[in-house]
Write a new protein. Sequence first.
Length: 382
Amino acid sequence: MSMTLTDLRIVTPSEVHDGWLTVDDGRITRIGRGNRPHDGHSLGGRLVVPGFVDIHSHGGAGGSYPDGEPVTAAAVAAFHLDRGTTTTLASLVTAAPETLARATAVLAELCDQGVIAGIHFEGPYLAAKRCGAHDPALLRAPDRAEFRSLLKAGRGHVRMITIAPELPGALDLIREAVAEGVVAAIGHTNATYEQTIAGIEAGATVATHLFNAMPPLAHRSPGPIAALLQDERVTVELINDGVHVHPAVLRLAIARTGPGRTALVTDAMAAAGMGDGRYRLGPMDVEVSGGVARLVDGGAIAGSTLTMDAAFRRAVVDLGVSLVDAARMTALTPARLLGLDDAIGSISIGKYADLVVLDDDLRVDGVMKRGTWVRPPPPRHG
């Protein structure tokens, strides 16, 4: 099937230009500048960016990946797809071993179907002092035998695991994860600067929601933040919702890491796309008020109600990031991190036609995944 989209403002990895593109059998085969004289589907001058890639999401539309229910998980993915996330990792939270294994097996089936792109274990190998919205009673030391059983349940779809590097056995588990092709991330940690460096040397390449659930940066005790910011091997996740991290700190971090080492993530939980009220995140009760999710017991921030389109929009409008850099941080950088940048992450010839159409206010008007409209853009007049 061939389709030509005309009258676009295309955000490529290097620039924004007016033009057109052609899709054949789900992939981009041609990209042109200016007006294409032949027939095609006009998008009326709208902006087109690459489909968003979210490497850290727990839920949305009232559902949660940790519930381990296939219908619910598919609905969560569909909700985020409608808002432009064409590639997503399903993030699980700390749980009992059998609960974690069961949810992993369910999500592996959805990976087989192409609904989600992989599984992320955020826990259970986290620091009790920095556990955030994870149940402290279920935290445990890194267990390589358990990890292998989770890999088996995931059938090749486990993409990332977050670990506190200071825990006993953490460095060995990081090395094993990397050897198995799983991205190792540092997060929910009380590590020192030196312990964080050791985790990076062992193979960790991601900072799970930098600044959150880790010691603050101090001038005589730099801790994990300085180590993760300074090392060129590390990609940092940032939650750009105006709640988790102050915009001034976000700008400071992005100025240090650049768009090539920054992945905007949602850390979304069930309340994304929903109203205020009571929700669950794994075994924990969460109260959402004013769009901010906090644990009922203790008040710790418990994920977000963010979607990737809003993260993109906030980056441009509130942080002053260029369209090109915002697209890199919401698509190409996380795709590269997952080793998928040869197929997704940018509007480039040969890649899948994963596209998001945005209106003048940078709100989603249309979504295409692998050359098929999942949210067709409405006609634009005038």
